[in-house]
Design a protein around this ligand. Structure first.
Ligand SMILES: Nc1nc2c(c(=O)[nH]1)N[C@H]1C(S)=C(S)[C@@H](COP(=O)(O)O)O[C@H]1N2
Ligand SMILES: [Mo]
Length: 337
């Protein structure tokens, strides 16, 4: 049997096709040959021991994290009958364009990210704006382990045990005003420590920005994560604070957050700004709405070998329809992709 979706290099969000981007890339590369070479380079996934929590590299957790860990509610949510992705794959096959456009770049380059001290600003349409040291930001909240599917728009997926707390906890605490309709998130912008911003995928307008409708952000599934696999977040996975929105394509789950703003208007998000025909604001996982360049009906569950691809059907809302479908009643998901 021939399985179409076998090659890791088939679906790449960085190969955007909007005309303006195409033109600027030509200018950037000074010709088409370099572009061709880059687009046909094969990319291989790594296979590793699939036993759960095996081979987790010890981190270097800050004191506040170690303290919080003791009170963790383990397996507050799990995925039945699906194996957790090995730590090695979850930490060596990443999208974090600030550190490069190849899947191995973040693991290689994100060591330069300085995660302490770390400040998170909460501003905009809130009664209680603030500027917090990360440990103070996290202090009032109990950690929960949430084992979630992560489905990248590029048609690969993983199952990752996150450690975090509901985004709604923070939002309630800062008291959104009646004008607040969306939440806007911003990643750190520091070209000194982020080599991908200096060279790499230079077409992105930094900082990386994502957003949610306020009611989406209040859904109990949306979390802010500070750890995974029982330890603090590795830098390449978005240390020290990232969003995880499991029913949406992975690009919504913005990494290394420094700012959370409650806003009136729908924020312009990074991928939507880059290629609006390919990446929408909603980005709900939806097997019935294809990406213009590939099907979204199936996904490669990592680890997935070149010769024995681990292909599975993509589920509506990534398997979380019971929890989130009601958010979208009356919304045309074909036009609001
Ligand atoms: N700041 C920032 N956040 C980001 C990205 C990025 O490039 N920069 N990539 C996104 C994409 S496309 C995916 S699939 C997930 C990947 O998360 P992981 O590497 O922890 O699996 O992070 C998302 N968050
Ligand atoms: Mo992604």
């Amino acid at each position: 049997m021939l399985i179409k979706l076998a090659r890791a290099s088939d679906c790449k969000m960085s190969e955007v096709t909007s005309e303006s981007v195409y033109l600027s890339r030509r200018a950037l590369l000074g010709g088409s040959l370099a572009g061709l070479a880059a687009s046909v380079m094969p990319r291989l996934g790594l296979a590793a021991d699939p036993s759960r929590y095996a081979d987790v590299e010890p981190g270097n957790a800050p004191g506040w994290f170690a303290e919080k860990l003791g009170g963790t509610q383990w397996q507050a949510m799990t995925v039945q009958g699906e194996a957790i992705t090995p730590f090695k794959d979850a930490t060596h096959y990443n999208n974090f364009y600030e550190f490069g456009a190849d899947k191995g770049d973040p693991a290689q380059n994100a060591g330069s990210l300085k995660t302490a001290p770390w400040t998170v600003v909460v501003d905009g349409e809130v009664g209680k704006p603030g500027r917090y040291a990360l440990e103070d930001f996290v202090k009032p909240h109990h950690l929960q382990e949430r084992i979630y599917r992560l489905r990248c728009v590029e048609a690969w997926s993983m199952v990752i045990p996150w450690l975090g707390f509901p985004l709604s906890d923070i939002l309630k605490q800062v008291e959104p005003t009646s004008k607040a309709r969306y939440v806007r998130f911003e990643t750190l912008q520091d070209p000194k420590t982020m080599p991908g911003m200096r060279s790499g995928f230079a077409l992105i307008q930094w900082p990386y920005v994502e957003g949610l409708r306020l009611d989406e952000a209040m859904n109990p599934l949306a979390i802010l994560a500070v750890g995974m696999y029982g330890r603090e977040l590795p830098n390449q996975n978005g240390a020290p604070l990232r969003l995880v929105v499991p029913w949406k394509y992975g690009f919504k789950s913005i990494k290394s957050i420094v700012r959370i703003s409650l806003v009136e208007e729908q924020p312009q998000t990074t991928w939507q700004g880059l290629a609006p025909d390919e990446y929408g604001f909603y980005a709900n996982v939806n097997p019935t709405v294809d990406h213009p360049r590939w099907t979204q009906a199936r996904e490669r569950r990592l680890p997935s070998g070149l010769f024995s691809p681990n292909v599975r059907e993509t589920l509506m809302f990534n398997g979380y329809a019971d929890e989130v479908a009601s958010l979208y009643s009356g919304l045309d998901l074909r036009t609001n992709y």
